[in-house]
Design a protein around this ligand. Structure first.
Ligand SMILES: Cc1cc2nc3c(=O)[nH]c(=O)nc-3n(C[C@H](O)[C@H](O)[C@H](O)COP(=O)(O)OP(=O)(O)OC[C@H]3O[C@@H](n4cnc5c(N)ncnc54)[C@H](O)[C@@H]3O)c2cc1C
Length: 484
């Protein structure tokens, strides 16, 4: 039911008048307009949306406009937040945005680094699309786009399966998969997008399409890495994998052990089996240095890797244990929307020079900082050729570095964001920079080439075919060629 179904016309007028200024509302002979939107159009939208509509005057508005990385660069004030509970809701919202020229932001899990899932125009919030079905015989899952990765992991886990998703349970599975999707099992089973079988999407012109190997196969290729550009994915079907018990957890060390732990991390990852993945987090604060790891293979192999981590320095704490893969869905604090920012760098190897820069920055780092070294590229994800999907970043040995800052006092925001940005600048390669779409933390000239590499020209052709006016542009954007 629409949030405002019970509201009478008087209340509606009062509420809408109260938004004057924020939305550029005008009144003319009793006719309400929000940026030329008349009250009947708004009322129609409210009535049609099963999930409800939120305006700036609604009590849920402050929560509805926030995203996980909330900072002075990402903050927006949406004119409307359409909560969608059905693919038709998404279609109505898309048509409405197009008709009234509103900037569209599509929100899955709200974890974009650039705050792309909020906007000053219309936010299409998919949280109400929240069903999933597992087919144990086919080993597939049909997943609605509003679920969280953790929910999907837990559901698949009931059947002894694992989806290929990322390392954070709160991230949206569709948002992650549409940008590539690297996770604990990518060495064994590839990126999330390599496991995508089909999807339902709402295109810029309001069509609802099924995308698979037979129907719209060009879109299937594009959804696998550049997907946010081509429409709103309302649900998708993906392969699931059988996993036995896995070895997982965290090993913590005092900050002074950063150098030997970093060296060991590099040496072990360079020859890591496909079944192993680890993330190294370096903090200047009391959390020190910690490795988060997951091994999904032979127990003896896991023991060998663990021994190395347990003896490189005396761990301050060790939570590593054997358990179900789905337990990883509860292993990381979900962390609600907060005040934080991130800057990222992709490097094609963890060289001595990169390690020295990381350690030097860590020695001067504010306590609110984490430098994360994630997703060492190896195994199956690197066996897929760069042009088989739109996600091209497939080189073995590559690493993703993230500089994360968080604050409580808003007066600290700029200082910390500048520190992260300066660290990114020092870590960037001198030429040939690449960017992982899901970790894109800056835009501007050359960014789309850095994200999509030699796949870009094919993507531009598809953008012209499916979204020639660039309605879906709050993403790692593929700009269409200007229309003649
Ligand atoms: C704490 C944390 C941990 C992370 N861990 C990993 C990881 O292990 N591996 C990894 O690969 N990435 C990881 N990421 C990055 C994450 O994959 C991307 O930020 C991803 O885009 C987030 O998707 P979302 O739906 O949560 O975010 P949103 O902000 O809602 O969306 C992100 C982008 O995707 C678009 N989008 C989302 N859903 C849809 C949809 N259904 N249809 C069309 N477009 C859509 C949005 O418009 C936006 O452009 C992590 C991010 C965070 C913050």
């Amino acid at each position: 039911m629409s949030v405002h179904t019970h509201q009478n016309r008087r209340q509606f007028i009062k509420r809408t008048l109260a938004t004057t200024g924020t939305l550029g509302l005008t009144t003319a002979s009793g006719q309400m307009e929000i940026r030329n939107i008349d009250s009947d159009a708004l009322k129609n939208l409210r009535t049609r949306l099963k999930g409800g509509l939120i305006l700036p005057t609604d009590s849920g508005y402050e929560a509805a406009r926030r995203v996980y990385y909330w900072n002075p660069d990402t903050e927006r004030r949406p004119a409307l937040v359409a909560r969608c509970a059905h693919a038709d809701d998404v279609r109505y919202a898309v048509e409405f945005a197009r008709k009234y020229g509103l900037e569209v932001a599509v929100r899955g899990g709200g974890h974009s680094y650039m705050g792309w899932s909020t906007s000053n125009g219309l936010v299409i919030d998919l949280a109400g699309l929240n069903r999933a079905e597992i087919d144990p015989n086919q080993r597939t899952g049909r997943i609605d786009a509003g679920l969280s990765s953790g929910e999907v992991m837990r559901l698949a886990g009931r059947y002894g399966f694992a989806p290929i998703l990322g390392q954070c349970p709160a991230v949206g599975p569709a948002g992650l998969m549409l940008g590539g999707g690297l996770g604990w099992l990518s060495g064994l089973h590839g990126a999330a997008c390599d496991n995508l079988l089909s999807a339902r999407i709402v295109t810029a012109d309001g069509r609802i399409l099924t995308v698979d190997a037979e129907r719209n196969p060009d879109l299937l290729w594009a959804l696998r890495g550049a997907g946010a550009n081509f429409g709103v994915t309302t649900s998708f079907e993906c392969r699931l994998h059988s996993v036995g018990l896995v070895t997982f957890g965290d090993i913590y060390y005092p900050p002074k052990e950063a150098r030997p732990v970093l060296r060991l991390f590099r040496d072990l990852m360079a020859e890591a089996p496909d079944s192993f993945q680890a993330t190294l987090n370096l903090t200047a604060g009391e959390r020190g240095v910690f490795v988060r790891l997951c091994h999904a293979g032979e127990r003896t192999e896991a023991e060998r890797l663990l021994l190395a981590f347990r003896t490189v320095a005396t761990p301050a704490r060790d939570t590593v244990r054997l358990g179900e893969f789905a337990q990883l869905a509860g292993g990381v604090p979900a962390g609600g929307p907060g005040s934080r920012s991130v800057a990222t760098v992709y490097r094609d190897e963890l060289s001595d020079e990169v390690m020295d820069t990381v350690l030097s920055r860590l020695s001067q780092a504010p306590a609110e900082t984490v430098i994360g070294i994630n997703h060492y590229m190896h195994g199956q994800v690197c066996r897929v050729t760069s042009d088989s999907t739109a996600f091209p970043l497939r080189q073995s040995g590559g690493i993703h570095i993230q500089i994360i800052v968080a604050w409580r006092d808003s007066a600290e925001a700029r200082r910390l964001m500048l520190w992260a940005e300066e660290t990114r600048r020092l870590l960037r390669p001198s030429s040939g920079e690449r960017i992982y779409a899901n970790y894109q933390s800056h835009a501007g000239k050359g960014a789309s080439e850095a994200v999509f590499g030699s796949n870009l020209s094919r993507l531009v052709d598809l953008k012209n075919k499916y979204d020639p006016t660039n309605l879906f542009r709050r993403n790692s954007n593929v700009e269409p060629r200007p229309l003649k």
